[in-house]
Ligand binder design. Structure first.
Ligand SMILES: C[S@@+](CC[C@H](N)C(=O)[O-])C[C@H]1O[C@@H](n2cnc3c(N)ncnc32)[C@H](O)[C@@H]1O
Length: 298
């Protein structure tokens, strides 16, 4: 229990998990689902950085769990691993309309009308789910069928992942994505996770163009679920910028890399090798853009 409640996942600069470590000083930091600080690692060194101004006397808080989740999901994860009920400013809104809406957007269903972006809530007769914007009902049987097709397809892709055929995986994840688009709200986290997976495999396949398309698809959801200076949003801008640069979209690359720098210099500091590399890429992209401009003028 001491380990489970106090250990932290050690990650690389791109927040990919490497292992687990126990850091006695870091272990005194409490959790918030709306944290004001972030824990990052520079090799084995654990560094806590403020993501916003923290007034003197305020508690420094990090998040122990994935914040891109509904209140119910976050609370369940905190209870199961850390044995407490969170009462942070996000969690105290549980049961209020805004929180119900946010949960239905992140983890609920889309409206039957493709042009409507409303969120759905269970109807009082338990026939299905009703769009809170246009009033259309989605039959629970239809929802159950699509959800079970997604489950079957996800089980299949997990089994086939071990065989390592990326093309097959792309095909299967695209099928999952298609079904999730029918089922889930456009800002759904599961749809975003499928698109992230496709981005990852397409990068391995070096299909930069399609990878960029998927990276761009995830950005609106990232902006919503990782607001402010969240490192994951910064890293997604970084990926987008690298792909744009690789594909010769220099001006777009400069915009994305600048957004990445604005966030990651807060979360990752400005003197780390990781940040130096990012700043170097931005400088090179700027130099390329001005070279292109001057050769066009000539
Ligand atoms: C890593 S320790 C944090 C330091 C701990 N509060 C202490 O005084 O040693 C994790 C434990 O702290 C408690 N904790 C952390 N954040 C909390 C919060 N927001 N509300 C209530 N308890 C919290 C929980 O018991 C959790 O298992």
């Amino acid at each position: 229990m001491q380990f489970a409640c106090n250990a932290h996942t050690i990650c690389d600069s791109e927040l990919r998990p490497l292992g687990t470590g126990l850091y006695p000083i870091i272990s005194i930091i409490n959790h918030s689902c709306l944290p004001n600080a972030v824990l990052v690692f520079e090799g084995r060194l654990a560094v806590v950085r403020a993501m916003q101004h923290i007034p003197k006397g305020d508690e420094v808080l990090i998040s122990y769990v994935e914040t891109a989740a509904s209140s119910t999901t976050r609370q369940k994860a905190l209870k199961e691993q850390y044995f407490f009920s969170c009462t942070c400013s996000r969690c105290i809104q549980v049961g209020q309309y805004e929180d119900i809406e946010e949960s239905a957007i992140l983890e609920g269903y889309r409206c039957r009308d493709n042009g409507c972006s409303g969120f759905l809530l269970r109807d009082s007769d338990d026939k299905g789910f009703v769009c809170q914007q246009c009033g259309l009902l989605r039959d629970k049987e239809e929802i159950r069928n699509i959800a079970s097709d997604i489950k079957a397809m996800s089980d299949k892709v997990l089994k086939s992942n071990s065989s390592g055929n990326h093309q097959d995986s792309v095909f299967m994840y695209k099928n999952i994505e298609k079904l999730q688009k029918q089922l889930c709200h456009p800002f759904s986290i599961s749809l975003m996770r499928t698109q992230e997976k496709l981005l990852e495999i397409l990068m391995q396949l070096e299909d930069w163009k399609e990878a960029l398309a998927y990276c761009r698809l995830t950005l609106p959801v990232y902006q919503r679920v990782y607001p402010g200076s969240h490192p994951l949003l910064g890293l997604q801008y970084y990926t987008c910028g690298k792909l744009e640069w690789l594909l010769g979209e220099t001006d777009e690359a400069i915009k994305s890399l600048t957004k990445a720098v604005d966030i990651l210099r807060i979360t990752h500091g400005s003197n780390t090798p990781f940040m130096k590399e990012l700043l170097m890429k931005l400088q090179e992209a700027r130099a390329e853009a001005s070279y292109k401009l001057s050769s066009r003028d000539e």
